[in-house]
Design a protein. Sequence first.
Length: 203
Amino acid sequence: MYLPKHFQESDVEALLALMRARPLAALAINGEDGPVVNHIPLLASRQGETLVLRGHVARANPLWRQLENGPQAVAVFQGDDAYITPAWDPDKTKHGKVVPTWNYRVAHARGRLRAVDDPQWLRAMLHDLTAEHEAAFDAPWRVDDAPADYIDKLSRAIVGIELAVERLDGKFKLSQNESEAARGSIREGLAARGQTGVAVAMR
């Protein structure tokens, strides 16, 4: 990833917040015929000093059979993004030297990806993943709410995956290279279009 210093985000907690808020990752490895990309919700958690991403794929998905040697993988987490029109930049009326751009936030987590075909590990991961995403509901659904034989049947149709993060890169491109006047005008323009996620992130 091209990463100019003024767009680099190195705050691990900020990156974790993004990964937890937008957990559907584009997970990529190099396959025999080129890049292989799957879109998988991944649960980010700490295991001691190591950041670990856990999830699962369908047993019918060939990805997990390609992980025997623990290939290098990258999980890309995409935050809010927005087109930025030059019309929002005050310099447009001064000298016109402005062009369109795009603001966004992304986190790239790299490491070795492994398959985990273990019922106990898988059950614990499913409980954790469900608890994470059900927490915001008034009456959170729990895995144990479904019949045990039904969960057992579905569990046999999936395989766990785990990525121990060796490198975490973040890029928050939020008009940091613009003047404060331009940034304020861009925030107002975004808010007027309902793109509050990017507008708030720019503050």
